[in-house]
Ligand binder design. Structure first.
Ligand code: PLP
Length: 395
């Protein structure tokens, strides 16, 4: 089948909620993808920061195949070993206490919102608590997650959203203080904003937010869905800052391609929030998803993936900074580790992305003016060099 046949079939039957790039991807190998006509692309998007280990990793694939042949699903009415193992690995990596597995990042955010409300409810019995979220954040598209996503354009047509949400400016502590009320039960933020344009948090901001939360017994919730799982050069981005949240959400690279998310709680919150009957999911934490999570953590440890990210991202940053110097229309580089953005001014960033596709390079955008680079975490220097060559061709 040709790309165009697949595209026209898809456009006939799939609800048009995405303006997709005009290629149909067919298979992956290492850090390369191939379209339906066999054209090869260097992948610097990793399915939006998901496929951290590259495609066709034998150890990962074998673990999944073995689990498929054993048991894929049981429901949460029973225990299963992959879930127990995956839970231990997530909790220990975060130095936290308990985890709840979901099917997506969005659902992890929904869970975190419920945790915050329940924690506050148990303290004072009232049902009008507020959450402070950030402008330019992204947390998902369901009604709860959309309600805490600081992008009016995404929200407008779907109002009324859930109540009790206030928005502050990221990296502006005074603006957070201005939104605090007696009813505030949580502050939610991404340690490195992703969709909003790749903005890392400042140390003082996270320190300040943490201090507010501690003083007022408000929950600090970090959305690590995009910036977590080694992407920034620490397992979780908050580990750069030494600021541990009360609740953390994960997804994207957590299962490296299998749909799975999680929210993770510290002991204080785990002991005083959700109890049986409060929350559930049919699929969440099923043996197949958890076999993936478990294997991902093993591979991260055995192959020292996080250390590799630190090394290779230093090289990538150095090279990207040269582009900022060389081209006037590239105004700045922002990011941490293998989560990088180039700020493009004076020409549409989408055009560069399309030309990159022509040249066999997959990159994506963030916000309206940022070229986003979130490659598989296993890229090597030669892939950085190849990316730069193809990107410069596309300028
Ligand atoms: C992708 C993303 C989400 C939503 O995750 P889904 O798996 O698409 O539901 C939430 N928060 C952040 C920071 C994300 O990048």
């Amino acid at each position: 089948m040709k790309n165009k046949d697949i595209i026209s079939q898809a456009e006939q039957y799939i609800l048009h909620t995405y303006n997709r790039y005009q290629i149909a991807l067919d298979k992956g190998e290492g850090v390369y993808l191939y379209d339906a006509e066999g054209k090869k692309y260097l992948d610097f998007a990793a399915g939006i920061a998901v496929f951290a280990l590259g495609y066709q990793d034998k150890e990962y694939n074998d673990a999944l195949k073995e689990q498929i042949d054993k048991l894929i699903h049981t429901s949460n009415l029973y225990y299963n070993q992959p879930a127990a193992e995956a839970a231990e690995k997530v909790v220990k990596a975060a130095g936290m206490d308990k985890v709840f597995f979901t099917n997506s990042g969005t659902e992890a955010i929904e869970g975190a919102i419920k945790v915050a409300r329940k924690y506050a409810y148990l303290k004072d019995g009232s049902t009008d608590h507020e959450i402070i979220a950030m402008n330019h954040s992204f947390h998902g598209r369901s009604m709860g997650a959309l309600s805490v996503t600081g992008n009016p354009h995404y929200q407008e047509a779907f109002k009324p959203l859930i109540g009790g949400i206030r928005f502050a400016d990221f990296n502006d502590l005074d603006s957070v203080r201005a939104e605090l009320t007696e009813k505030t039960c949580a502050i939610l933020l991404e340690p490195v904003q992703g969709e909003g344009g790749i903005y890392p948090a400042d140390q003082e901001f996270l320190d300040g937010v943490k201090a507010i939360c501690r003083e007022k017994d408000i929950l600090l919730i970090f959305d690590e869905i995009q910036c977590g799982m080694g992407r920034t050069g620490e397992m979780f981005a908050w580990q750069h800052y030494g600021v541990q949240p009360d609740v953390m959400t994960c997804a994207k690279a957590l299962g490296c391609g299998i749909a799975v998310g999680a929210f993770v709680l510290n002991e204080k919150v785990a002991k005083a929030s959700l109890v049986p009957g409060d929350h559930g999911t049919t699929y969440g934490g099923n043996p197949l998803a958890c076999a993936a999570v478990s294997k991902v953590f093993d591979i991260f440890e055995n192959r020292r993936i996080v250390e590799h990210v630190r090394e290779i991202s230093a090289y990538l940053e150095e090279k990207l900074d040269l582009l900022v110097d060389k081209y006037d229309f590239i105004r700045a580089r922002r990011g941490k580790g293998l989560m990088q953005g180039l700020v493009v001014e004076g020409r549409p960033v989408g055009e560069i992305v399309n030309r990159a596709l022509d040249n066999g390079l997959i990159v994506i955008t963030a916000a309206s003016d940022v070229l986003r680079l979130v490659p598989p975490l296993v890229i090597e220097k030669e892939h950085v060099d190849e990316m730069l060559e193809k990107l410069e061709q596309s300028f």
